[in-house]
Design a protein around this ligand. Structure first.
Ligand code: DSN
Length: 423
């Protein structure tokens, strides 16, 4: 018997996703094939362990699937080692911490309130509770990463692990500079590329695998796969695990990381999700995906330029990737109210702290916008001016119902014509 309650709610969500403008920078629309793999019989299988080394019988098929996912991921990022089992980006980071650190060890991450992530040392997260976190942020004037401050804290505190990567930072990273100070103090570098991973895989941003020892990512943001996490390493980087690190080669570090995923922090892998990851990695190696990533970047760049023309304050003055952070203080509206009023026009964004914010994380002074999801739906640069115009009208509407109604109709007209599944 069909569960009408759940399946009618799924239909309702599908309608919402079809008709609205999805601008949450961490979301995307996975392909029909990715979703089919996730909704397959693979969910029935227990497979604790790794391909060829399982604790359960009947794993011959899932072994092939997981190995394909690993091989495709390594090919996509020119990596030499990968684990595709983390259930999420947070789980991937937890495994790296467990493999590399002892409780109480010092870590250095990008400040959450400047655009970093909870798992990079926030006091409310395991990373800030079990380890000893220090932070770097952005420069007040430029909104760019303050590498001088990063180096200063790194030299003073000598953290065992430096974490780079962000949830809300629109510029590329200088991985070479971080590596230089890491070598000086004997630290490992974790690059969490959850947001820009698709742009990195298609060579549209600097490559962290050249300089950073361990890479984590989610698979559902710009990578456009199922919700999940991954860990990778590249062998041919200079002095990969030197200085203070006893396990001085990729194989032994790989074994530590594998053990930190299972049995360290997880039980049975989600083979249906791993199958869907393999599908997404295959898609990400196509010329169509590279074109998609170029469009994501072009849409974000144009959007930030048009917001600036309308006197919006974009943190760092623009974007190199798929997202931007808008400081709304000059527009007299806070992040919470902006998120709410845009929601009335079926435009989905999230409120976001801006660097040196004067509001609490529940209110915030900004919103974060990303173009990965709308670009999957078929939005091109020719549509961006209309989108910026609708957003501007809504944000300056003071809640006027007529303005919001017109904006909602325009949003629905634009989006409902675009297919939910292009792939
Ligand atoms: N929640 C994700 C994001 O929106 O960036 C990070 O975990």
């Amino acid at each position: 018997m069909r569960d009408e309650k759940i399946f009618s709610l799924i239909e309702e969500e599908k309608t919402r996703q079809t008709n609205g403008l999805e601008l949450i920078a961490s979301e995307n629309y996975a392909s029909q094939e990715v979703i089919s793999a996730m909704g397959s019989v693979l969910t029935n299988k227990y497979a604790e362990g790794l391909p060829g080394k399982r604790y359960y019988g009947g794993c011959d098929v899932v072994d092939k699937i997981e190995q394909l996912a690993i091989d495709r991921l390594c090919e996509l990022f020119k990596a030499s080692w990968a684990n595709v089992q983390p259930h999420s980006g947070a789980q991937a980071n937890a495994a790296v911490f467990l493999a590399c650190l002892n409780p109480g060890d010092k870590i250095l991450g990008f400040d959450l309130s400047h655009g970093g992530h909870l798992t990079h040392g926030s006091p409310v997260n395991f990373s800030g509770k079990l380890y000893d976190p220090y932070f770097y942020g952005v420069e007040k004037n430029s909104g760019l990463i303050d590498y001088d401050a990063l180096e200063k804290v790194a030299r003073k505190e000598k953290p065992k692990l430096i974490i780079c990567g962000a949830s809300a930072y629109s510029r590329d990273w200088d991985y070479a500079r971080i590596r230089k100070v890491a070598d000086e103090i004997g630290a490992l570098i974790l690059a969490d590329i959850s947001h820009p991973s698709g742009l990195i895989a298609t060579d549209l941003l600097n490559d962290p695998l050249d300089y950073c020892h361990i890479i984590t990512s989610t698979t559902h943001k710009t990578l456009r796969g199922p919700r999940g996490g991954i860990i990778m390493m590249r062998e041919n980087i200079k002095n990969p695990f030197g200085l203070r690190w006893k396990n001085g080669n990729l194989k032994s570090m790989g074994a530590l990381l594998d053990a930190a995923v299972f049995p360290g922090t997880q039980g049975g892998p989600l083979e249906h999700v791993i199958g869907a990851k393999a599908v997404a990695f295959g898609e990400a190696m196509t010329p169509e995906y590279k074109l998609y990533m170029k469009r994501v970047k072009a849409n974000a760049k144009l959007m930030s330029e048009l917001f600036i023309e309308k006197k919006y304050d974009i943190v760092s003055g623009g974007t190199d990737n798929h997202c931007m952070l808008i400081d709304l203080r000059s527009k007299g509206i806070n992040g919470k109210d902006a998120e709410e009023v845009l929601g009335k026009a079926e435009i989905t964004v999230n409120k976001n702290m801006v660097p040196f914010d004067t509001e609490s994380p529940f209110i915030t002074s900004g919103i974060r916008i990303g173009t990965a999801a709308i670009t999957t739906r078929g939005i091109e640069t020719k549509h961006i001016s209309q989108i910026v115009d609708i957003i501007d009208r809504v944000l300056t509407s003071n809640g006027d119902q007529d303005i919001l109604e017109v904006a909602k109709k325009e949003t629905n007209n634009l989006m409902s014509k675009l297919p939910l599944f292009k792939w």
